[in-house]
Design a protein around this ligand. Structure first.
Ligand SMILES: Cc1cc2nc3c(=O)[nH]c(=O)nc-3n(C[C@H](O)[C@H](O)[C@H](O)COP(=O)(O)O)c2cc1C
Ligand code: SF4
Ligand code: SF4
Length: 263
């Protein structure tokens, strides 16, 4: 089984590892010339941002060719998926492909502008139980696209309306950062970034919005908590709390995402 994943803080990598297969990072695979893949089962595991897959995952789905009798997607989320499975399925269809199974797994919500990571980590979201269900479904080649409830649809509609009022790409709103004088130029943020949009200039991190996925890998992994949101975005409930999935090491995140060529 081939499993492609995208991750900012490790939740999706943890799920991908648990599904036990040939696990491959989408930010790295996208550099390949040949994006056709053959396996008896092929899956994608990724977070959702504003109920949708990250831009890079969408790009991968559009470009790749999946030669498989069973194609599935597992979407990790934190608080409200807004019908993400049906939204992702619609995207896959638009890209001329077909998904057999799309589901969601609730985990720590790493959306820093709204959630306190300490409180999120203290919550028991029954991840292992959810994973047992997903593993059994995939083992049985279950065919099901998780349905959006009426509440999911209303939440998604309200979210779309609020985004439309902002007149900016969601990533530009979510990832509007400032790097403070606390930065010591360690370069960790540059190496966990899946899109290569942080550079060190005179030993200080500089963020470029171009291609930023708003994954928060940089801000969450910074040991000095030196990357903060600019004013305009909601004030963080706890700027001292940062998150990485407990089953994923910093080295694994770097291997997954590093675009500096140092890996
Ligand atoms: C910019 C951004 C937007 C997000 N939007 C949603 C959302 O709409 N609904 C939700 O439940 N979780 C949302 N989340 C939370 C993530 O989907 C969730 O924490 C996910 O498991 C993170 O996966 P990762 O650790 O693999 O990066 C968002 C996170 C970020 C950074
Ligand atoms: S991880 Fe933090 S301290 Fe290190 S270079 Fe990036 S912003 Fe600076
Ligand atoms: S700059 Fe930060 S938020 Fe943007 S893609 Fe890179 S790691 Fe993710």
């Amino acid at each position: 089984m081939m499993i492609f994943y995208f991750t900012g803080t490790g939740n999706s990598l943890y799920v991908a590892k648990e599904l036990e297969g040939d696990v491959r990072s989408i930010p790295q695979v996208l550099h390949q010339k040949d994006l056709s893949f053959t396996a008896e089962k092929i899956g994608i595991v990724c977070p959702i941002y504003g109920h949708e897959m990250p831009r890079m995952v969408k790009e991968f789905i559009e470009k790749a060719e999946f030669r498989t009798p069973y194609f599935y997607m597992v979407l990790t989320y934190g608080a409200n998926h807004g019908g993400a499975a049906q939204i992702a399925d619609a995207f896959v269809q638009k890209a001329g492909k077909r998904a057999d199974y799309v589901t969601t797994v609730e985990m720590v919500d790493n959306f820093l502008p709204v959630f306190d990571m300490e409180k999120q980590m203290a919550m028991d979201k029954q991840v292992e139980k959810q994973l047992e269900r997903v593993k059994a479904d995939i083992a049985a080649c279950k065919k099901e696209i998780q349905k959006a409830t009426m509440k999911d649809k209303m939440v998604h509609k309200a979210f779309r309306a609020s985004m439309a009022r902002m007149k900016k790409a969601p990533e530009a709103i979510w990832a509007d950062y400032v790097v403070t004088d606390e930065c010591v130029g360690c370069g960790i943020c540059t190496r966990v970034c899946p899109a290569g949009c942080i550079q060190l200039e005179e030993q200080k991190a500089v963020h470029s919005e171009k291609n930023c996925q708003a994954c928060y890998a940089c801000i969450q992994a910074c040991p000095k908590k030196a990357i903060l949101f600019k004013e305009g975005l909601a004030k963080e409930p706890n700027p001292n709390a940062r998150y990485r999935n407990e089953h994923v090491t910093l080295t694994e995140l770097v291997e997954a995402n590093d675009q500096t060529g140092l890996c």
